[in-house]
Design a protein around this ligand. Sequence first.
Ligand code: THU
Length: 138
Amino acid sequence: MGRTAGSDVEALFATASAARAHAYAPYSGFRVGAAVMSASGRLFAGANVENASYPAGLCAEAVAIGAMVAAGDTRITAVAVVGEGAALTMPCGVCRQRLSEFAGPDTSVHVGDRGGVRQSFRFGDLLPFAFGPSNLAR
Ligand code: THU
């Protein structure tokens, strides 16, 4: 499990939950909010943004990462994803790869629903043996 200070987990969850309320998910009806905390301690929010051309839709994590990069940060220390339903709303495979660019194996990933964080993970356990920038450093 990744480790994040309790107050940081609360702030991440609150930020992701607030973004989830703005999710644009008219096609799936599945609303997701995400938040990333950068190394500077700032929080960036994202929500899923679907599209009538279904594959053009964006996951909440992708939107949060974009907000962080646009603000000038490139290191993620903790993540929260807030979805719904009995099953945990885990970051999809593509989003694990997206997070991998900016996260490390010890980055915490907190997964929850409207009730709060349900389970926390260590990023390295979610995407071991990742393809990354070092592969391109020839
Ligand atoms: N979705 C996310 O935004 N993040 C996840 O971690 C899982 C899935 C979105 C994509 C799509 O808009 C909806 O959930 C249903 O797949």
